[in-house]
Structures are given as structure tokens and as C-alpha cells.
Design a protein around this ligand. Structure first.
Ligand code: NZQ
Ligand code: ZN
Length: 395
């Protein structure tokens, strides 16, 4: 285990069917004005809005309604939310929804009292806030991003064709998060499986980096196995509590910074996915699914050509996660068979396998590559041409 690091995750978690009961106690720690941020209306249809509102009212809170947060939240919406926080002296932003709503809430919390342009300062220049920050808390209704226990906030600027994430420090991590697996039962199948793949992608992006023996990789393998097992149950029966609760827990631990310790991470699949999303507004997890198989095959070929030690990680993935027998196979065959098994699992849960299914066309590849933040990872020195080639193979 190499590297020096700090692990600090201040988010308090309440997990399980009865976890909403703890909201009442938590609210006592905050002032009277609560901004209730939520998405396009799912929480009104499934009753979560009414349950939360009745607790807020019984605690005598003034509620500032802040609905309409779209998937892939926009910079314009973030500015609107920031103005609402200032105008109403909000004491706590309570985000009820998926990653989009929680990411948005963090952006708003850091922007409300920011004296410079928040998009430029936080997202383009990647600076940290120096102004007053409004506390954020979350009630999760859609599983995948890990936003419920991290400082990540991904914002889209469609005018600039750019979707970019800022990982804020622990001041922006939700103060508390309520995780009730039953709240996720109404998530449409397309979104549900996109979330499952998002989790897998977060695991792979952290696992496929570095060359040392690191406990974190063993944790990631366990989480991948659990995700594969539970996801296959959940696609058959979305109301299987055991499967949905395990997936919820897996998603949270996958991206709450624990698996990042001592790891560089890869994250190029996310960079390409964000660029696809900036051009198509496609669902996050599906953008990742659409490029992952060609991406990892491309990396494996590069590692084999260079005779790099990085190939060991893909052999290990094949054997430890996808139960591929190493017998009679050379490094490349074994590594590629692991990716073939990954593809089998993806097809079984029903995610998008081609970027053309998301609206990507041959004549868009150069523009998408231009919107992709591209860098050299531990396992491949990516340049613009590599991104175009991976995108072409993903069509
Ligand atoms: O908007 P509503 O009406 O609530 O509907 C949402 C939305 O249409 C629906 N939904 C959520 N919970 C539901 C439900 N529908 C019925 N019943 C429920 N219980 O699901 C749809 C998708 O929701 P969204 O929040 O957009 O999905 P997700 O959680 O996948 O979040 C995606 C965003 O998070 C960012 C992505 O880039 C994207 O912008 N990410 C954030 C990360 C982080 N904070 O660390 C990391 C991730 O890699 C990711 O980039
Ligand atoms: Zn993701």
C-alpha cells in the first residue's frame, strides 16, 4: 500500500426501511429555513415528498420549495438555486433525489455566497470555496453515483458543450444521508440499470490503476462480486429488498472516497461519458456502458504491446471477479476474456452497449473528443486520437 492520504468522511448515514424516522432528530441541528431540492416530480408521485414535508412541518420549519432539478443539472439551474438560497437565508439544503439533485445541491451550497463566477471558479479552474458554505443533507431515491456520501458535484454547461465534475472537500459532503432501499423501488428500469453500471464503472475506474499490492483492490473485488450477484436478482425482481439494499450499500461505499485511498484512479471512461452527455444529454450510467468494453479492450491491447505490468490487474479482474479459468491462456487472452464476461453481465442486466443508441453519430466523434478531458493514466497515455478511435469502436 503506497502513498500518503487523508480519509475524512463526515457524512452520517441512516440506513434501512425505517431510516426516515431519523430526519426529525437531525433537523433539530439546523436553523428554521430548509430548502427542499428535488427533481422532475418522481418524489411527488411516489409519496416521498409528502412524507418528508410532514416531518419538516411537524418540526416547524419554513420550507423553500426548489423542484425541477433536471438529470445532468445545468449551470443555469445552479445559479437560480444559489439566488434562492441567498434571498431566503436558507439554513440547510435538503436534497431528495438521485445524484443529479444532490450534486446540484452541493453546487448551490458552494455558489450562494461565492463572490466570483462559481462555474469558472469551481468547475473550470477547480478551486476550492473560500466563502460561506450552506450545509447540505440528502435523502437518496436513486442508486449509483455515490453523491450521498461524497463531495462530487457534476454540472453541465450545454452552451460550452462541457460537463465537468468538481470534487469538493468534506465541507460539501452531505452532513447526513437517509438511505431507504424501498425509496428506490419506483426508479424506472432504464435508470435502475444505468445506476448499476455506474457503480461498476466507479469500481473499475479505481481498480484499474496503480501497480502495487493494495488492500483497496481486494475491497473493490468484493464489491464487484456483490454488485454482479445482487444486480442479477434485482433485474428479475426489482422489489427484492435484500438485493436492492445490498446494491445501495455497495454504491455508497464505492464512491465515498474509501476506494480512492492509495490509488490514482483512471476515470477516462467517465471523461468520455461526460463528453457524450454534454453533446446528447444521455443518462450518465448509459454513457459509461456504451464505451466501456471498447475502452478496456483498447487499454489491454496497449498494455500487451508495451509488455506493461498493468496487464496483471486485468488478469486478476478476469479470475477474481469473473471466475475465468487462466488455464492454457496467455495474458492477453485471459484479460480479454474478463472483459467479455463483463460484457455478458452488461447484456444480462440490459444496459446500452453502443454509443449510437444514445444518439452519437460518426460525424460527432471529433467534437466529442474535443469535449473530453484527456490525460495520461497509469495504464495508457491517452491522446485525442485514442479517444476518437475508442468512440468509433463504441458506435
Ligand atoms: O427527476 P425525477 O423526477 O426525480 O426523476 C429521476 C430522473 O429522471 C428518476 N428518479 C430518481 N429517483 C426516483 C426516480 N424515478 C422514480 N422513482 C425514484 N425513486 O431517475 C432519473 C435519474 O435521476 P438522476 O439523479 O439524474 O440520476 P443519477 O443518480 O444517476 O445522477 C446522475 C448525475 O450524477 C452525476 C452524473 O454525471 C449525472 O449528472 N454523477 C455524480 C457523481 C458524484 N457526485 O460523485 C459521480 C458520478 O460518476 C456521476 O458523474
Ligand atoms: Zn459515475
Amino acid at each position: 500500500m503506497l502513498g500518503n492520504f487523508k480519509l475524512s468522511i463526515p457524512t452520517k448515514l441512516y440506513f434501512g426501511k425505517d431510516s426516515l424516522n431519523f430526519l426529525k432528530d437531525e433537523l433539530k441541528n439546523y436553523g428554521p429555513v430548509i430548502m427542499l431540492s428535488y427533481g422532475g416530480g418522481s418524489i411527488k408521485r411516489n409519496g416521498i415528498y409528502d412524507s418528508v414535508m410532514s416531518i419538516l412541518k411537524s418540526e416547524g420549519k419554513t420550507v423553500i420549495d426548489d423542484g425541477g432539478v433536471m438529470s445532468n443539472p445545468t449551470v443555469e439551474k445552479m445559479y437560480e438555486g444559489a439566488a434562492k438560497v441567498r434571498d431566503n437565508n436558507v439554513d440547510l439544503i435538503l436534497a431528495v433525489g438521485g445524484g443529479s439533485t444532490i450534486d446540484y445541491a452541493k453546487g448551490v451550497a458552494a455558489s450562494a455566497y461565492c463572490e466570483t463566477d462559481p462555474w469558472k471558479t469551481y468547475y473550470l479552474e477547480q478551486k476550492d470555496p473560500v466563502c460561506k458554505i450552506v450545509p447540505v443533507a440528502s435523502i437518496l431515491t436513486m442508486v449509483g453515483t455515490g453523491s450521498e456520501m461524497n463531495g462530487g458535484s457534476v454540472i453541465s454547461n450545454h452552451k460550452e458543450n462541457f460537463k465537468v465534475g468538481k470534487v469538493f472537500d468534506e465541507r460539501l459532503m452531505p452532513r447526513f444521508t437517509i438511505l431507504n432501499p424501498e425509496f428506490t423501488y419506483t426508479v424506472p428500469r432504464y435508470q435502475m440499470v444505468a445506476g448499476f453500471f455506474d457503480i461498476m464503472s466507479h469500481l473499475l475506474e479505481q481498480y484499474c490503476s496503480n501497480f502495487d499490492d493494495n488492500t483497496t483492490d481486494y475491497l473493490a473485488e468484493g464489491l464487484m462480486r456483490s454488485l454482479i450477484h445482487s444486480s442479477l436478482i434485482a433485474v428479475k425482481d426489482p422489489k427484492d429488498y435484500e438485493a436492492r439494499s445490498n446494491i445501495m450499500w455497495t454504491a455508497t461505499w464505492t464512491l465515498n472516497t474509501l476506494l480512492k485511498m492509495g490509488k490514482h484512479g483512471d476515470w477516462m471512461v467517465h471523461m468520455i461519458g461526460h463528453a457524450i452527455s454534454a453533446h446528447t444529454d444521455a443518462t450518465h450510467g448509459m454513457t459509461l456502458a456504451s464505451v466501456s468494453v471498447p475502452y478496456y479492450k483498447y487499454v489491454i491491447d496497449g498494455l500487451c504491446k508495451e509488455n506493461s505490468k498493468g496487464i496483471e490487474k486485468f488478469k486478476r479482474l478476469a479470475v477474481n471477479v469473473f471466475n475465468v479459468s487462466p488455464e492454457g491462456k496467455d495474458d492477453r487472452q485471459l484479460a480479454l476474456e474478463g472483459i467479455d464476461r463483463l460484457a455478458d453481465w452488461m447484456k444480462e442486466i440490459g444496459v446500452v452497449m453502443h454509443s449510437s443508441e444514445l444518439g452519437v453519430k460518426e460525424d460527432m466523434l471529433e467534437a466529442i473528443a474535443d469535449s473530453t478531458v484527456t490525460y495520461h493514466t497509469d495504464y495508457y497515455k491517452f491522446e485525442r486520437n485514442d479517444i476518437i478511435e475508442i468512440l468509433r469502436r463504441s458506435l
